[in-house]
Design a protein around this ligand. Structure first.
Ligand code: B12
Ligand code: SF4
Ligand code: SF4
Length: 281
């Protein structure tokens, strides 16, 4: 298996998706998510040890996650991590950038239907790899995957897709804390661990906040004004205030003509209508 092989496989699976559309909004042919950007890390990158110190000892290394599905010894040199960043479509970003209090319908639906979509996407990817006799673990399909409260950093999780994407050369963090990629910040991310030695992607930056204008020269700060919960300041991002705002918009500003159902919500107004919406600024 080469980097080119896995990229081709990911694109084939993306093209075969049945759930990647806005059928819920009556738009069967409009995709919810664009083709993913792909980055790769080795399983033995020392940065995974840093994450256990930085986020908390509960944060998995690639070996920890692999062994949950395949108990038994496995050396970290045999594993690679493939990180996939799915950009929101231009239509969703345009709709979201016009909103001020409540996310656009397209944003609500693409967030709310992410988990079933990932079940389809990651399920198909893992199955294709199994047929090639390559063992792999999708983080999003692990039943043990959950959020955890980090002593130092507040609401966190057992695997941070964003930190892994940073490690895989896919982007750096912004003032709002969102990961800014070559395709901007309005993205969602997933990670796959596989038993195949792949070539790691280059990291085209030297600090973790390099692509944000505020950290470059103190300018911009547009995400501060976009946030209806005042959760972003020049001091950074208040996760609890951000988290609490989800219920506020659902109760006070929910748009007509759309069911909440069992959707997980996310505001995401700081991800659109900003200079880092579509690209690294
Ligand atoms: C918990 C969680 C939340 C919490 C807390 C967010 C947070 N900052 O951690 C709440 C509910 C607030 C939230 C909100 C949102 N979330 Co959220 N969330 C998560 C989740 C489940 C875990 C995040 C996690 O583990 N964080 C770990 C902590 C440690 O991260 P951190 O504190 O931000 O990290 C900082 C430090 O590490 C610091 N730092 C200091 N020194 C150093 C040194 C180095 C070397 C480095 C690298 C970093 C570093 O820099 C980082 C950034 O400031 C992930 C899914 C996942 N499992 O990855 C999605 C995820 C992060 N969320 C996502 C999204 C889309 C959203 C929302 C837009 C909601 C929505 N869907 O519309 C908002 C955006 C909020 C924002 N301003 O970024 C996306 C990321 C998109 C992006 N571009 O970054 C993710 C990855 C989900 C996904 N599968 O794609 N989320
Ligand atoms: S809107 Fe500006 S300040 Fe905020 S994250 Fe993007 S580039 Fe940085
Ligand atoms: S997701 Fe919404 S509430 Fe949270 S920081 Fe961004 S704009 Fe503010």
């Amino acid at each position: 298996m080469t980097n080119g092989d896995i990229e081709q496989l990911i694109n084939e699976v993306y093209d075969s998706l049945e759930k990647n559309n806005f059928a819920t909004l009556g738009k069967q042919t409009a995709p919810m998510w664009d083709r993913p950007l792909i980055g790769i890390t080795t399983g033995d990158d020392p940065y995974y040890d840093f994450l256990k110190e930085h986020i908390g000892p509960f944060h998995w290394s690639p070996v920890d996650a692999f062994q949950l599905k395949y108990p038994g010894s496995i050396s970290k040199e045999k594993l690679s991590v493939v990180v996939m960043v799915f950009p929101q479509t231009m239509e969703t970003k345009q709709a979201q950038s016009k909103e001020k209090k409540c996310p656009a319908k397209e944003w609500i639906v693409s967030r709310g239907e992410w988990e079933p979509l990932m079940k389809e996407f990651s399920g198909k990817l893992v199955e294709r790899l199994e047929k090639m006799e390559i063992r792999s673990v999708s983080i999003d399909l692990l039943p043990e995957f959950s959020t955890v409260r980090s002593e130092k950093l507040g609401i966190s999780s057992k695997w941070s897709h964003r930190h892994t994407a940073y490690l895989a050369g896919l982007g750096t963090f912004g003032l709002s804390e969102g990961l800014i990629t070559e395709n901007g910040k309005a993205v969602r991310i997933t990670s796959l661990i596989l038993e195949a030695p792949l070539t790691p992607s280059k990291r085209p930056y030297s600090t973790h906040q390099e692509w944000c204008l505020y950290f470059q020269d103190g300018s911009c700060g547009v995400c501060i004004k976009r946030c209806p919960a005042s959760a972003i300041t020049t001091e950074g991002h208040d996760k609890d205030a951000c988290d609490a705002y989800e219920e506020v918009f659902a109760e006070k500003y929910w748009p007509e003509g759309i069911e909440r159902g069992d959707y997980i919500l996310g505001c995401g107004l700081c991800q659109a209508g900003v200079p880092c919406q579509n690209k690294r600024p």
